[in-house]
Ligand binder design. Sequence first.
Ligand code: ATP
Length: 587
Amino acid sequence: MSDIENLPKVIMLARENAILGNYVESIKHYEDGVSTINSFMNTYAPRATKEQWKVVESSIQNELVHVKEIVSINDEFITSFGAGPKSSHGGGGKSVNNNFPNVEIVTPENKYMMKPPAPAPPPMSHKPPTYNQFRGGDPYSNPKGSPGQYFGKDINGSNENGNNFYVQNRNPAHFQEEKDPDVWDPPSPSRQNAMNRRQGSKWNSKNRKPAVKRVASQKRPPPMPSGARPPKEESKRKKNTTKPWDAEGPKKRGGGKQKKAESFLYHCYPDGVGPDTDLISMLEKDVLDKNPQVSFDDIADLDDAKNTLQEAVLLPILMPHYFKGIRRPWRGVLLFGPPGTGKTMLAKAVATQGKTTFFNVSASSLASKWRGESEKLVRILFEMARFYAPSVIFIDEMDSIASKRSSNEHEANRKVKSELLIQMDGANVASSAGGDEKLDESERGKSVLVLAATNRPWDLDEAIRRRLEKRIYIPLPTEEGLRQLFKINLKGIRGGEDISISELLKKCKGFSGADIAILCREAAMMPMRRKLASGKVNFYELAKMEKELDVPIELQDFKEALKNISKSVSKDNLLDYAKWMDEFGCK
Ligand SMILES: Nc1ncnc2c1ncn2[C@@H]1O[C@H](COP(=O)(O)OP(=O)(O)OP(=O)(O)O)[C@@H](O)[C@H]1O
């Protein structure tokens, strides 16, 4: 616990060191902070607060990424100007640069002898501080985008004289004669690299080559954005599909460095920093579900759907040679049906059983939260899925991003939809009709399956519908299904002798799996509610009676609970599903 209490102090040190240019120290403190949060989340943190801790962790990670970015750009700058040892790591740097013999470099000692620098040109990039600095921002102010601004309004990046250490020590503007502010220099190699990093993301549509289906003879396209540094030897190696979160993996392969290269982020950017670091980190953190842990046995009923999914996902992985040509794996599978019938559980079970990497994407969050970046996000998502293949990309609420096209549709929506179509066409390495014959051994079985779910299949865009080749109806549970649902939900809970399942089944006709789960939860709380309603105890006294309240659930409890709960799917709704199933569904 004491570690977590020290967290604010650690982060404060990390920020202060970043501002003072002591990046090694800063990174060390940030990493300490992140690991403190992680171990706290895994041990003491109350369940209810975990989401909030994740947010805190993510924002600290972001700051860490930016500090690393500054270090990397500084190193690059220093290398290209031959400025000797890597001063960006916290050292002072030389006062004279041998490549620029007539030009003094500003140090804290000689800074007041310098001429005021040329006014800064208009900012090109709205984001990281390093760009302003490379563009010759005014070092005697705290420029927009300085580390001070970057690390929070309450922290300024200045020393006691009001000057910004970082900018003073590293700004190329100081190395130059006074210039016409309206005339910009051509970018230096290092500046050009920096610009390319931001602008040259391969996921930006204008930089992107048209999606091409890969065949065996074509190797994976180079993942690095143009202009960024070439990947180090480690990441150039043949793709390793061992999951990075596999605890045994790195040990077997001998160390943390390799583990890094196996993550998609480090695969794209060997030093962990690049224009799309934020998006990749977000996807790795929020969308990549490392451990869905749902088995088919946890799911009641739905035998047909289970068999179809096993055939669609598991068999192609197990028998890749059989699933080629006309038997090639499905490109996409749609699970449709009323809400709360187990579609998400099925998708997770498929991923768990197939030991595939599971990407759990909620379409609405993809469309709204990342508006503007959604299209790029889709591209990175599929690229990441290919990297971690075999993978399952589960897109819940598919209708919300892939609804029918209309003339007054928002441009952003249209773009996301088109991107989805392009990516689905190229998603499955083994799905191209002719190319799969040429696939080499390592590519076989490394498929990416798009598994989509919707409660409104009739709203889907036709082109998307066509790519979801297998469309499986997930209906309300049958009577046997309801029986299994009670069994699953009441596992580990004592039931009174008087509970008649057949009586309950009659009352629960038309209930979904989610309705049954809620009913069982309500019934299990009834003894506690009765005690409270008797008026004999208050909340505090109740809290001391935990053992006394843990009594078997009785039929009466279910009857009481049924007064508060009713089915959530209407008959009309069921007719709509049946109609759509007749027209477009697969048996
Ligand atoms: N067949 C089932 N077997 C076991 N539990 C089920 C089943 N169907 C639903 N449930 C229960 O309902 C909850 C919701 O299920 P799930 O999220 O898979 O439904 P869904 O069909 O994806 O719903 P939605 O369409 O609203 O997203 C589960 O957490 C589980 O408790």
